[in-house]
Write a protein that binds this ligand. Sequence first.
Ligand SMILES: Nc1ncnc2c1ncn2[C@@H]1O[C@H](COP(=O)(O)OP(=O)(O)O)[C@@H](O)[C@H]1O
Ligand SMILES: [Mg+2]
Length: 395
Amino acid sequence: MHSSDASKISNNTSAMHQYIEENKIAIPESKRLPLDTQKADQYLKTIFDYTETAYLLLDQKLIILAFNLRAEKWIYQVYGKKMEKGRCIIDIVPKSRTEMIKGDYEKALQGKHLNYESNFPGPFGRQIWYNFQLSPVMSEQNKVLGLVVAISDITKRKNAEIEKEKLGEALKASHLGLKKLVAHVQSAKEEERLHIAREVHDELGQLLTTTKIELSMINKKLSHLGEGSYIQDELFHVIELINKSIKSVKKIATDLRPEMLDELGLLESIRWQIEEFTNNKGVVCKLSVSPEFESLTHDINLSTTMYRIVQEALTNIARHAQATQVNIVIKTSIDNIFMVIQDNGIGISEEAKNKKNSFGLTGLRERVMLLNGIIDFTSRVGEGTVVYVQIPYMI
Ligand SMILES: Nc1ncnc2c1ncn2[C@@H]1O[C@H](COP(=O)(O)OP(=O)(O)O)[C@@H](O)[C@H]1O
Ligand SMILES: [Mg+2]
């Protein structure tokens, strides 16, 4: 303490005394503690004996100098020995533990503060955990005079920790199980889609094409009626409708399962999607892809995920955003692929983002999670929406 600090305190104390004097403030007799040193020692011993922690004071030779009641009970309970002043602590501890204990005590005698946990067999096969603290007692010349050993029962805390750890592991396992289930559901969904896409494309597409050919033949047979006849006009109209249906079937099949992913690869498929989107919805969409991404080869899981993200994002923009401009950027870093899809529409509200039945966004979250990636939808009302995707990849 600085001498100036000390003088400040003594000044304050005398000021307080002066205040008490001047204002004739009397401190009631009952509120004063008796200043009896003998009693104070007694009090201290009582505190020392009734604390929850077992304390021992040892000299440099590990001879017991003092201990509290708790320590006496502890030694008896754990080692079945009687604690005695003047005995070496090593003689009380069973042989199996002496080596370890000697090492720890030696370190503490070199001036180190030690804190460790250890378990002992308790009743009914339970484990009892204790925390041990060894604190060196130093002389004014910084020499180690002895040790204070503090032992406290930490079984409750330790059991809680063990329970928490077990719970954490169970949670991790169930999370992993859930992830596997989602992966299974996703791949089952893709397979089912592939199946339906083939059925729709091959069966329905084939039927429509045959019908168109038949109708064209009938139309030819009716050529004698001359151009502009009512029946021929009607037939022509029906053939047009069938042409539209064939296109629609193709689109449904491609939406269900982008076979082109296998044939054209991811980027061409995305370009095709964007072209369709701009042609059908009249919204300008720009795509910018870094050369590093162009030169990457992608596995089918990554390709499908990225394709589906673009598909869902563009569908959402067409359905909800009222946007006039969309930008898609795809880039890579050493170990991540980034995709950003930005529109200048009305933005997504927080409630819309977390809507219970918003299966589009939920589906995207699940797909990205399966690839250990991140997806985020940032939006300010009136300022459009940004879909940010980050997916790790290994070269
Ligand atoms: N780009 C966007 N701009 C504005 N709102 C959007 C956009 N994307 C999604 N939303 C909002 O988020 C909601 C959830 O989207 P989604 O899960 O795809 O469900 P759905 O499209 O079937 O309604 C949408 O209903 C819509 O209100
Ligand atoms: Mg949607």
